[in-house]
Write a protein that binds this ligand. Structure first.
Ligand code: 4AD
Ligand code: MG
Length: 465
């Protein structure tokens, strides 16, 4: 039975015992004394295990000396204390079985040297074999697990919301349409292409931009719920923070107001950051060394300090005092641009800041109207270095007010009658938020481009894999 490289490297007292590892060659180095050193990784942790192969092995000349980066191997040997620096334990091979060769080592795209992120993106199917993509994948998994643990420990139920929907939650018109395809009778257009039709068994449907509306229905029955799934936005933006397909975490609490979800967002982020530092120290040390020197200290800072909280109107006052710094104009009523968000978090507060009570005209129809008639109970969590990572609100629970907003914004009611029912039957104040999961992974790892923290990014011109 093979053991994971990570558990072997972290074991103690195993010297002299037999072990078997299965994985891929990262590097091979041959000493003049007729011994080869293989670095073998299996993705279980950051470090590969060093395997020492002596020339007396039967296939040393014929196979071991032909091993190159990327070859798959299955190795049995005995563990011994390592003389090399960095690692306590290494494997002295008794048997090296080559499971899969690399056909043409000269053209294998993942050499052990450092590659540019662009190169890795062009080989998205092979990049998980590199240090950097492996570390991202492990941290991404750790964050996802921590989020589930957090909600579980706090009494939230995980609810699965649909991907296909008829309604536009954010009302931004950024939806991908879903249509049926009759494979037997593919209608052809005049030009010979396929006519993909227009409907989902007769209804116009889309890929969801958010699970919120559906999760609200479960919230108004089960009290504390969250959904965590893929969401889609047909925004043609080519930035380092936007994807056409991204993952969102959306908790929703009944009998709660804006301050309650602001508290929840802070508590959840701190919990997640603590988990990453505790569970993935090797990967985080790598990010701090190679990607962003502040990767660890940034998280420690957030864990140790309260988030700033400010009303939108006060945030505008702060920004107006230094408006010459910005490309985009500052005035009450604007939607904050990324440069404004980053100024508030990075320069002014120097920590995450929760901006609350935005003008109603720049926010979605479901947000609760404040008594001033001008603002809604919305909040965004802005983090230094990235800007908005969370967007949330208290929901409008009063049917007349909700209808008023829908009419004002020209939102057709026919697809949302079920949503309006939630206000007809036992309505209560409730609130929730959406965390951009990929944004939080890029924040934690310091990876500057969101395309490098999701396995197969979907952006304009990026669907090859
Ligand atoms: O602010 P947004 O649009 O909020 C909603 O969708 C609400 N329905 C959430 C809720 O209250 N349940 O999106 C929430 C978060 C943003 O703060 C951002 O982090 C992320 O989702 N996000 C994106 N991440 C990557 N690519 C995109 N195109 C994103 N658009 C939003
Ligand atoms: Mg938002």
């Amino acid at each position: 039975q093979a053991e994971s490289v990570d558990s072997l490297l972290k074991s103690s007292g195993r010297e002299g015992t037999t072990a078997r590892v299965q994985g891929w060659i990262r590097t091979r180095r041959d000493s003049k004394a007729g011994v080869s050193f293989l670095a073998v990784h299996d993705g279980s942790g950051f470090d590969p295990i060093q395997v020492v192969v002596e020339s007396k092995l039967g296939n040393y000349e014929t196979e071991v000396l032909r091993l190159t980066t990327g070859c798959a191997v299955d190795i049995v040997g005995s563990l011994k204390a390592s003389e090399g620096k960095g690692q306590a334990i290494e494997l002295l091979a008794e048997e090296v079985h080559v499971v899969g060769w690399v056909e043409d080592p000269d053209t294998y795209p993942m050499s052990p040297k450092r590659h540019t992120m662009e190169h890795l993106r062009e080989h998205a199917h092979l990049r998980p074999r590199t240090n950097v993509s492996g570390a991202v994948a492990r941290v991404r998994n750790c964050i996802a697990q921590a989020i589930h643990h957090f909600f579980h420990e706090n009494g939230f139920l995980y609810v699965h919301t649909p991907i296909i929907t008829a309604s536009d939650c954010e009302g931004a018109g950024e939806m991908f349409r879903v249509s049926t395809l009759d494979l037997e009778n593919l209608p052809r257009t005049d030009k010979g292409g396929i006519d993909f039709g227009r409907d989902f068994f007769g209804e116009e449907t889309f890929l969801t931009v958010s699970g919120q509306l559906n999760v609200e229905s479960y919230c108004l029955a089960l009290s504390k719920v969250y959904t965590f799934g893929p969401t889609f936005r047909a925004e043609n933006s080519n930035t380092t923070r936007h994807l056409a397909e991204f993952w969102m975490v959306e908790p929703e609490i009944a009998f709660a107001d804006l301050a309650d979800v602001a508290d929840l967002s802070e508590k959840m982020l701190k919990y997640v950051f603590k988990a990453v530092l505790a569970e993935r120290p090797d990967d985080m040390a790598f990010f701090a060394q190679r990607i962003d020197k502040d990767a660890i200290s940034r998280l420690e800072n957030i864990i140790d300090n309260d988030f700033a909280r400010i009303n939108y109107s006060d945030a505008i006052e702060i920004l107006e005092k230094c408006k010459e710094k910005f490309e985009f104009p500052v005035a009450w009523g604007i939607d904050l641009a990324s440069e404004h968000e980053r100024y508030l978090a990075e320069k002014h507060f120097k920590k995450p800041v929760i901006v609350m009570n935005y003008p109603k005209d720049i926010k979605a129809f479901y947000m609760r109207m404040n008594d001033d008639g001008k603002t809604v109970a919305a909040m965004d969590v802005l983090a230094p270095g990235i800007g908005e990572i969370i967007g949330g609100s208290q929901r409008e629970e009063r049917l007349d007010k909700l209808d008023g907003r829908m009419d004002e914004m020209g939102i057709p009611k026919e697809h949302l009658d079920w949503y309006r029912d939630l206000r007809r039957y036992g309505t209560v104040p409730h609130a929730g938020f959406g965390l951009g999961f990929d944004r939080i992974v890029s924040y934690v790892t310091g990876m500057g481009n969101i395309r490098d923290v999701i396995p197969f990014p979907r952006t304009p011109k990026n669907v090859a894999f």
